[in-house]
Ligand binder design. Structure first.
Ligand code: GLA
Length: 717
């Protein structure tokens, strides 16, 4: 008997009130019970027929302590009734009722953002409140993109106290599961953490008002079925407070819930208004973490990153921070720019220290105009000089911040988050502007717009160096509003300013920075083009940080500089190769670099430009994980239909032993590849078939000694 599998797209079985979203390799399905509850039915390998799915039912209670609803796998379980598992929503109505009772109302198959979409409307059984669940389907990348919209027609205001983006149910199974998350801190972001998923809750979160470095809003859950590693993974597109909880019961049922953190969260919903959650993207892959990585990268490039920038190669940049810190002078920057141009740099970025009073981190934030002492004729002469050297011009800003010692703060002390009778906590001597205020947003749009327009700025590095504290907004309370909304409104305010700036400067590129990688998420990437991965630029640390970062973000987003970290201790090639894994940048004090160093780095930059399309937009496979090898070896392959490039790193060579051959992935077995070691003049090219390279493997041309690295290019003949 032969099957014709369900085609990809969205399928409906109206008689059984059942829906299935079929992607290239997965199926996600739910149905409605007789009582109108929306019940999850399947998420996993692609199904062949809708008939293979059971109808949705509410299973009876197991005991009085295990009521039916507490065991149900509802798509969007609200707080209400006998529910004690993970809940997605909680609302308090004007009459004090603190429960929701959401029942199925309608479902519509449509299109959103160019993707097939299913919109399911749930309606409260007693109150005029609807929750619309949106499921977009990325067929090629096996992803479901979920969000929820609350809308009220009640005459009174209601309080939303939890509004998650999604609850994802993983099927029960026999094999144990491992949860992978990314944890970190300043100078050490996105490091892989793995733990067995046992009964209980694993929680990752940020309560800082920004995405944070403590954890990234991403998860992967893996298990092995026969010979296949099955991976459920997801990423939240949100730059404010967030939480993701993976809760497993004793029977092995796992639900992953996440969205805007309910910590200190309330949103007032007025009649006729709506509130939409951020998107939570999740997928199912049968080729492990590399498969999850590839799917998120494709999705990010195709659906998230701003156009037209995503269609252009990301330029090699120079950033002055580690070279000069606050000691910025026009003369000094000109010298650096000349040296950078000699290297082949395409974008020159002046970091912190260019605005008034900014000689250290105690003053100046908020006054976004050139320091008349350091730049007597403004920034324009420097910008023009940089352009005359053939480079674009970029500038560092930190728009959400003020120092108490700034003209902006002196003029508007009420513009920062504060409680009137409490001290205003400073971190790095900074206070946070209330980005929820429309006057603050308008002011920033005006100031940044002027800065960009007047100085020929092609690129902004948008920093954010401290978490939010004293989240008060007394004016809003006086107006009858709710100050707890600031946690959400801050992120929305940042988005709004960036969106406005991009609308008036469509070619502007923005880099998201937050003390390194503290604001790295798919929400900020809708309006920024790249992310400053970490303030830690030491190549050894970077391999770990970059492996973790790469699980979520494509290489074009991952900015990596060659600095003076490791200079003199690690080979120039090794330092360059680590940074060439992403969007290459240079951040050392070039004035001190010898001619030999300059030439060698210039050579690597030229090589980078040759392989850049492959690195920035090819499929990325970490063949040897530094996490798994404790940093001893690492290897990354970037591959397209035409070619591949492999980077390999070996930290120590204690015993003078050759490494095993490296088996490559995703080459075309029947094709012959010309193999060339880049940057090594003494090595001849040779040929091998894709099949041989994937089964027999590639001998790694690593030189003897510590910190050896190589780049091997393979081109289809
Ligand atoms: C943050 C950034 C750095 C640099 C400094 C400037 O720490 O991560 O790259 O821009 O701010 O103050």
């Amino acid at each position: 008997m032969s099957y014709t599998p369900l085609s990809t797209g969205i399928h409906v079985d109206s008689s059984r009130r059942l829906w299935a979203m079929v992607t290239a390799q997965s199926t996600y399905a739910f149905g409605v019970t007789n009582d109108g509850l929306l019940m999850h039915l399947h998420w996993g390998p692609r199904l062949v027929s809708l008939a293979d799915l059971p109808s949705a039912i509410l299973k009876p209670e197991r005991s009085s302590q295990e009521p039916a609803l507490s065991q149900a796998t509802e798509e969007y379980p609200p707080f209400g009734g006998l529910r004690y598992g993970e809940t997605a929503a909680k609302v308090t109505f004007a009459d004090g009722t603190r429960e929701l009772d959401l029942r199925f109302a309608t479902a519509e198959v449509t299109e959103r953002d160019g993707l097939p979409a299913l919109i399911v409307t749930l309606r409260d059984a007693a109150y005029p409140l609807t929750v619309q669940l949106c499921y977009k389907v990325d067929v090629e990348n096996d992803l479901i993109i979920r969000s929820a919209t609350f809308a009220s027609e009640a005459n009174e205001t209601l309080r939303i106290e939890r509004a998650f983006s999604a609850v994802w149910h993983l099927p029960r199974q026999y094999a144990p599961r491992t949860l992978t998350t990314l944890a970190g801190q300043w100078l050490g972001e996105t490091r892989l953490q793995q733990r067995p998923l046992v009964a209980g809750t694993a929680l990752i979160e940020s309560r800082r008002g920004i995405t944070g470095a403590t954890a990234n809003p991403w998860f992967a859950i893996e298990s092995t079925f026969e010979t296949t590693t099955e991976t459920y993974f997801g990423a939240l597109a949100w730059s404010g407070n967030w939480v993701i909880r993976a809760t497993t019961d004793i029977m092995g049922t796992t639900a992953v819930a996440g969205g805007i953190h309910e910590h200190d969260f309330t949103w007032l919903l007025q009649s006729g208004e709506s509130f939409t959650t951020p998107e939570f993207v999740a997928g199912f892959a049968q080729d492990g973490l590399n498969g999850a990585r590839r799917r998120l990268h494709h999705y990010t490039r195709e659906q998230v990153l701003p156009k037209p920038q995503v269609l252009q190669p990301r330029p090699v940049l120079y950033n002055s921070w580690e070279a000069t810190f606050f000691d910025v002078t026009e003369e000094g920057q000109r010298k650096l720019a000349e040296r950078a141009a000699r290297l082949g740099v395409e974008l020159f970025v002046v970091d912190d220290g260019w605005f008034p009073a900014r000689v250290n981190d105690h003053a100046g934030l908020g006054d976004w105009r050139p320091d008349p002492v350091k730049f007597p004729h403004g920034l324009k002469p420097l910008s023009e000089y940089v352009k005359s050297l053939g480079m674009q011009f970029g500038l560092w800003v930190e728009p959400e911040m003020v120092n108490a010692d700034s003209d902006l703060y002196r003029a508007h002390p009420d513009w920062i988050y504060h409680f009137p009778r409490r001290p205003r906590s400073e971190a790095r001597n900074q206070l946070v502007l209330n980005m929820a205020r429309t006057d603050v947003q308008a002011y920033l749009i005006e100031v940044l717009d002027k800065l960009v327009a007047e100085n020929g700025i092609d690129f902004l590095k948008w920093d954010m160096n401290r978490p939010i504290s004293e989240p008060g907004w007394s004016d809003e309370i006086e107006r009858g509003g709710e100050a707890r909304e600031i946690w959400v409104r801050h992120a929305l305010g940042v988005y709004a300013v960036m969106d406005a700036l991009r609308a008036s400067h469509p070619d502007l590129v923005i880099e998201s920075c937050s003390s390194g990688g503290s604001r790295a998420d798919l929400g900020i990437l809708r309006r920024t083009d790249q992310i400053w991965t970490s303030d830690n630029t030491h190549p050894e640390a970077r391999l770990f940080i970059q492996e973790g970062f790469s699980l979520v973000f494509p290489a074009r987003v991952m900015v990596a500089w060659v600095t003076d970290q490791g200079r003199g201790l690690l080979p120039v090639a090794y330092r360059c190769h680590v940074s060439m894994l992403g969007t290459l940048g240079i951040g050392g004090n070039l004035v001190h670099w010898s001619d030999a160093e300059m030439d060698e780095v210039a050579n690597w930059i030229a090589i980078y430009k040759e392989i850049r399309p492959l690195v920035q937009d090819g499929d990325q496979y970490w063949l040897l994980s530094p996490h798994a090898t404790h940093g001893e070896v690492a290897a990354v392959e970037y591959v397209t239909a035409e070619e591949a490039v492999v980077f390999a790193f070996r930290r120590a060579d204690l015993f003078g032993e050759l490494l095993p051959r490296l088996r490559l992935l995703k080459l075309q077995p029947e094709a012959n590849y010309r193999i060339e070691v880049l940057g090594q003049n003494d090595s001849a090219s040779y040929a091998a078939s894709g099949a041989a390279l994937m089964s027999y493997g590639l001998s790694l041309p690593l030189k003897r000694g510590p910190f050896a690295s190589c780049i091997v290019r393979l081109r289809k003949q």
